[in-house]
Design a protein around this ligand. Structure first.
Ligand code: SF4
Length: 308
């Protein structure tokens, strides 16, 4: 299939690891020479209200990830060293799972951790269009993306949902294994902004039809980095951008011996970041409740990872 390219010497994402994805797995843990490595296709209610709405969206959780954040809360499907629940599906099998959900009236689909699966994102979206399905396409990314790869998605992605993780190179190196994360993510988010700007467009039902929301998860002991993220957005892009400040960090068993990641964020840490977001003049977006960590514990070994 023409779309499933990048099989040899893959340079799709900024890792540019050069893996032969036909014969083996890249740094992202995935091969995909012959299919679609998917951990879960499920209705999800846990995104921002304008994305989940009341009926949820159809999320496609890809297996593996091009970042390896040691604290990842989706570690069951993102740690490339582990056996990941899910399966390798053909395009018709995957389309079948998606359309069963869309046929219930769900308006949008979300590609989660798609950076290493961009050719697959294009193939899925075009096949849905060929079959007469035109869902809102949400691109839910860690923002470790190449600009040229994002350009290939212009016109296909309706909503960019980047999680802008750090502005601190040292944290990025220690916690995600990529010291260049801040510079790469800044360029990627600028490209998303070039495509979408800061205006949000909605359907009659109130779902986000087109636009961009920048997420940020506050991490323990990393207030300065968090503040740096929002200063970059305000100074280099616009404080009219929609932002989503998240407090849901919860330590997994993988970081129990790694302070400060072994603890939740404190109320004071969250307050410092939230105060700076307000001081910078951001007025569009969402602040999670401080004490929301318990609500976001997926189990990808279950048919419905988020319950329900
Ligand atoms: S997408 Fe995967 S195989 Fe391709 S460059 Fe990135 S980590 Fe390597």
């Amino acid at each position: 299939m023409e779309e499933i390219q990048q099989r040899q010497r893959c340079t799709l994402c900024p890792r540019a690891c050069g893996a032969d994805r036909d014969g083996g797995h890249g740094s992202c843990g995935t091969g995909t020479g012959t299919g679609f490595e998917v951990a879960s296709v499920t209705v999800h209610h846990g995104e921002e209200p304008v994305i989940s709405g009341t009926d949820g969206l159809c999320n496609i959780f890809f297996s593996g990830c091009n970042l390896q954040c040691i604290y990842c809360q989706n570690y069951q499907i993102s740690r490339n060293t582990d056996r990941i629940p899910g399966s390798t599906l053909s395009l018709p099998e995957l389309i079948g799972r998606i359309t069963v959900i869309l046929d219930r009236g769900i308006e949008n689909i979300g590609f989660v951790s798609p950076s290493h699966m961009v050719p697959q994102v294009r193939a899925i979206t075009r096949e849905l269009h060929r079959l007469g399905y035109f869902p809102i396409v949400v691109y839910n990314t860690n923002a470790y993306e190449k600009v040229e790869t994002l350009r290939s998605l212009e016109g296909l992605v309706d909503v960019y949902l980047p999680d802008f993780k750090y502005m601190d190179k040292s944290l990025a190196a220690h916690w995600s294994g990529v010291a260049d994360y801040p510079s790469v993510a800044c360029s990627a988010i600028k490209e998303m902004y070039r495509q979408k700007g800061n205006r949000l467009f909605f359907t009659d039902s109130g779902k986000l039809r087109s636009g961009m929301i920048v997420r940020h998860l506050v991490l323990p002991g990393a207030v300065a980095s968090s503040i740096g993220v929002f200063r970059f957005l305000a100074e280099e892009l616009s404080n009219r951008l929609a932002v989503s400040l998240m407090a849901q960090y919860q330590p997994t068993r993988h970081v129990m011996g790694l302070p400060p990641l072994h603890r939740k964020i404190t109320a004071a840490e969250y307050e410092q970041v939230a105060t700076e977001v307000e001081r910078l003049g951001f007025e569009n977006g969402w602040f999670q409740e401080y004490d929301s960590a318990e609500q976001y514990n997926p189990d990808f070994t279950l048919p419905s990872p988020f319950g329900g």
